[in-house]
Design a protein around this ligand. Structure first.
Ligand code: SAH
Ligand code: SF4
Length: 316
C-alpha cells in the first residue's frame, strides 16, 4: 500500500479477489482529502490543506529542493502550546493525528509529485507539537523508516522535556529541531508560555544530555521578530546559550498574519543580516529561511486560519 501508492483494496491485484472483498468489508482505506493546494511559489513549494474524516482541517507543505524533496507534516489538528507568534497556537488545541493521518499527508504529496522515495525528506514542522503526540509519532516513524533513513526525518519541538528524554531512548532517532526563539528566559516565557512549565535552562540541560548521533547536530529554530529578539546583542546571548552544544541555528524571519499581534513584524533584511553575521562571528553555524516558499512552511496554520473564525481572542 505504501510502496505502490494504492488507495483501495481493489487495486491490490496481488491479493486473491475474495480476500480483497473481505478486507474492503471490514476496513477502510482513505487518504486525507486535499481541499486546497496553493499555486507553486517561486521555489516550487506548495501548501496543502487536507480535510480529515471528522471535519478537522490540517496543512502540509511540499518543498522541492533540487536533488531532494522535503515535506512538512502536521502532527496535531491544532496546538495547545499557545506560542504567541503562531497561528496554529492562536486557534488553540486540536486532537492528535493518527499515524494514518500523518502518513496520509506524506504519501499523498509524494505520489502527487511522483517523488522517488530516495529523494524524500520529512520534517514534522507543520501544525501541532509532535512530542505531545508521542505514541502515534513513534508508530509513524516506524512506518517511515521502511522507506527513509532516520537521518532524513526531522521533528521540531517547542521543548517538551520529558518527551525529549523519551526520544533519547529510542533505538533509531530522527533529527531533533528545537524552537528556542528567544535568547533568555524572560522573553521566552513571554512568547512561549510553555517555558513556565519547562524552563529554558532545564531545556538546555536536556539538549546537552541528548545523544546526538555522530555527524548530526541539533537544529535550533529562532523566529526573528523585529525590535524584539533580532539585535546583535541577542545573537551574542543566543551564542552563549548554545555554548558546548553540537547545534546549528535556523533563523526564521517572522511571518506576519492578521490573527497575530500587530507589533510582531518581520525584521528588515539588513537586521536579519546583522543578526546572522553576529552569530557567525561568535562561532555559531546558521542558516536563514529567506525564500517565500520556505516561509509558507514556517507558518503552517496560516492557510487554515484564513477561513476560520478564531476560537479565542488574543490581546496584546
Ligand atoms: N510545534 C513544533 C513544530 C511546529 S512549529 C515547534 O514549535 O517547534 C514549526 C516552526 O514554525 C517553529 O520553529 C515555530 O517557531 C515556527 N513558527 C511558528 N509561527 C511562525 C510565524 N508566524 N513565523 C515564523 N515562524 C513561525
Ligand atoms: Fe504549537 Fe509549535 Fe505553534 Fe508553538 S510554534 S503554538 S508549539 S505549533
Amino acid at each position: 500500500m505504501h510502496g505502490r501508492g494504492i488507495d483501495s483494496f481493489d487495486a491490490m491485484t496481488n491479493l486473491p479477489k475474495e480476500l480483497r472483498a473481505q478486507l474492503a468489508e471490514r476496513f477502510t482505506l482513505a487518504f486525507p482529502q486535499v481541499v486546497e493546494r496553493t499555486a507553486p511559489a517561486a521555489d516550487g513549494s506548495q501548501k496543502y490543506l487536507f480535510l480529515l474524516r471528522d471535519g478537522n482541517r490540517i496543512e502540509a507543505v511540499y518543498m522541492p529542493m533540487g536533488d531532494r524533496t522535503s515535506v512538512c507534516l502536521s502532527s496535531q489538528a491544532g496546538c495547545a502550546v499557545g506560542c504567541t507568534f503562531c497561528v496554529t497556537g492562536f486557534f488553540g488545541a486540536g486532537r492528535n493525528l493518527t499515524p494514518g493521518e500523518m502518513l496520509g499527508q506524506f504519501f499523498t504529496i509524494q505520489h502527487e509529485h511522483a517523488v522517488p522515495m530516495e529523494m524524500m525528506n520529512v520534517v514534522f514542522m507543520g501544525m501541532g507539537e509532535p512530542l505531545l503526540n508521542f505514541e502515534y509519532l513513534v508508530t509513524t516513524l516506524d512506518v517511515l523508516y521502511r522507506n527513509l533513513a532516520p537521518k532524513r526525518i526531522t521533528i521540531s519541538t517547542s521543548g517538551i522535556i520529558p518527551a525529549i528524554d523519551d526520544l533519547a531512548k529510542l533505538e533509531r532517532r530522527p533529527n531533533l529541531a528545537v524552537s528556542i526563539n528567544a535568547p533568555d528566559r524572560r522573553r521566552r516565557e513571554e512568547i512561549m508560555p510553555i517555558t513556565k512549565k519547562y524552563p529554558l535552562q532545564e531545556l538546555m540541560a536536556a539538549l546537552r544530555r541528548y545523544p546526538t548521533e555522530r555527524g548530526r547536530e541539533i537544529t535550533i529554530e529562532y523566529v526573528l521578530l523585529a525590535g524584539y529578539n533580532d539585535a546583535p546583542s541577542d545573537a551574542v546571548a543566543l551564542a552563549k546559550l548554545l555554548q558546548g552544544l553540537r547545534a546549528k541555528v535556523n533563523a526564521i524571519p517572522f511571518n506576519a498574519d492578521p490573527n497575530l499581534p500587530p507589533w510582531m513584524q518581520r525584521p528588515t533584511d539588513a537586521a536579519i543580516d546583522r543578526f546572522v553575521d553576529t552569530l557567525v562571528r561568535n562561532g555559531v553555524a546558521v542558516t536563514v529561511r529567506r525564500s517565500k516558499g520556505r516561509e509558507i512552511a514556517a507558518a503552517c496554520g496560516q492557510l487554515r486560519g484564513k477561513s476560520e473564525a478564531p476560537k479565542r481572542r488574543r490581546t496584546g
